[in-house]
Design a protein around this ligand. Sequence first.
Ligand code: FES
Ligand code: FES
Length: 161
Amino acid sequence: MKTLIELNINDRIYEVAVDARDLLIDVIRKKVGLTGTKKGCGDGDCGACTVLIDGKPELSCIKLAIACQGKKITTIEGLVQEGGVLHPLQQAYVDHGAVQCGFCTPGMIMSSKALLDRNPAPTEQDIKHELSGNICRCTGYKRIIEAVEATAKVWSKEGVK
Ligand code: FES
Ligand code: FES
């Protein structure tokens, strides 16, 4: 039996009919149509499906959609700024060559955003720790860490975006 629920995704309310066992990742991608969030392992192991829920990074592949009512969900699409301009963190990933196949990138960026919101001046160790649940098979992580460090440097001068 389907239940009609409301989800706040990227500051927009979506009304969707879900089964009690529908996972947030599937609802976001298939019912809402926001396909930026990726489904890798589907098992809570790779971090590709990371979204922010009330500002905290969460794995949407192990989260029931029905449990996310009344919460503020942010996906990678929610970071894009007015006029389709990339968020500075997204731009830093591009500028530092931290994107190769791109499959891990949305999840990496959402975890990076959560870190910088909480700690605008992270050490390399802080970044490694925060991103330890996000697996990348392409980049070797170095450029990802550099992108986060570079963003942190700018934000420490200009304020967190
Ligand atoms: S798809 Fe969610 S952790 Fe891998
Ligand atoms: S860029 Fe390919 S998995 Fe990370």
